[in-house]
Design a binder for this molecule. Structure first.
Ligand code: GDP
Length: 294
């Protein structure tokens, strides 16, 4: 999905290749082009600025400019900074031997329910015993969607009732776990089309009562800068421990997703790469950076 970004960054750096000597002005022109291509890919303004400043700091030294292969050296600094921007080391959500309770939060349409199923499938294939909880107390259709997904992947689904109180959900979950041992409970919480106070209050209350060990925010990477505002709002109100970016297979400008880690300060754990239940990959900053730089 980052093809045009990738082409543009390489084209900018390629202009420096084969030159005898690179001046500070050449370097600055290249960095300007890189900045423009980041912005055009919808990377957040601050992030792009900061990124280019860092590359500049590390390359302006005469050693780089006067080296035999300045373009390669600049490219390698761009790579390092891209990895850094995407979060550095790959991170995984905390997974204890048992008692894992993960909340899935996000806007309706972000891919929350699909991702809940994908995660259950992913960890089941690693020998875990997941349980899905369909916790949307207002939309029976959302619960049904998860039930169908659960049947498909062979993972049980506990459904809340319309208007069910958080205490009741907690009690029903505990009861379920006494007769059906599960070591990873994934709660698909209610989504709304926009952030609204009622949704946030309801979520905050459910979270307080259930005490999840991880709160994973599902972010649609096609929604551009708006995705970042959503992420900030969820984090401020609910408290988020990590991000899952969905629809990274789409061909829209995905730069907002590239800024998600930087803007929210939360690690990106997984990326959704198709509609299929297998379409979830652990997020590796270095691999994505390599892909972008070809
Ligand atoms: P929810 O309202 O947040 O629960 O969203 P859904 O799970 O119902 O997903 C909304 C739409 O996005 C569905 O059509 C999904 O198939 C699709 N979707 C979710 N994740 C991905 C993904 O990673 N890639 C693609 N291409 N589609 C996705």
């Amino acid at each position: 999905m980052f093809e045009s970004l990738s082409q543009r960054i390489r084209a900018a750096v390629d202009k420096l290749r084969g030159r005898g000597r690179i001046t500070e002005a050449d370097l600055k022109a290249t960095l300007r082009e890189i900045r423009m291509s980041l912005l055009e890919a919808d990377v957040n303004f601050e992030v792009a600025k900061n990124f280019v400043n860092k590359v500049q700091e590390k390359t302006l030294g005469q050693a780089v400019l006067e080296s035999l292969t300045p373009a390669e050296q600049i490219l390698s600094v761009v790579y390092e900074e891209l990895v850094e921007m995407l979060g550095g080391e790959a991170k995984q959500p905390l997974l204890k031997n048992e008692g894992n309770l993960w909340f899935m939060v996000g806007l309706q349409g972000s891919g929350k329910t699909t991702t809940s199923g994908k995660l259950a499938h992913f960890y089941k294939s690693k020998g875990r015993r997941p349980l899905l909880v369909a916790a949307d107390t207002q939309r029976p259709a959302a619960r049904e969607q998860l039930r169908i997904l659960g049947e498909k992947i062979g993972v049980p689904v506990l459904e809340v009732a319309d208007g069910e109180r958080p205490e009741t959900t907690r009690a029903r979950l505990q009861q379920h776990l006494t007769f059906d041992y599960r070591d990873l409970v994934i709660v698909d919480t209610a989504g709304r089309l926009q952030i609204d106070q009622a949704l946030m209050d309801e979520l905050a209350q459910l979270k307080q009562v259930m005490g999840p060990s991880e709160t994973l925010l599902v972010v649609d990477s096609m929604t551009g800068q708006e995705a970042l505002n959503v992420s900030k709002a969820f984090d401020e109100r609910i408290g988020v421990t990590g991000l899952i970016l969905t629809k990274l297979d789409g061909d829209a400008r995905g730069g907002a997703a590239l800024s998600a880690r930087y803007v929210t300060g939360k690690p990106i754990y997984f990326a959704g790469v198709s509609e299929k239940v297998e379409g979830l990959e652990p997020f590796y900053p270095d691999r994505l950076a390599q892909r972008i730089l070809g």
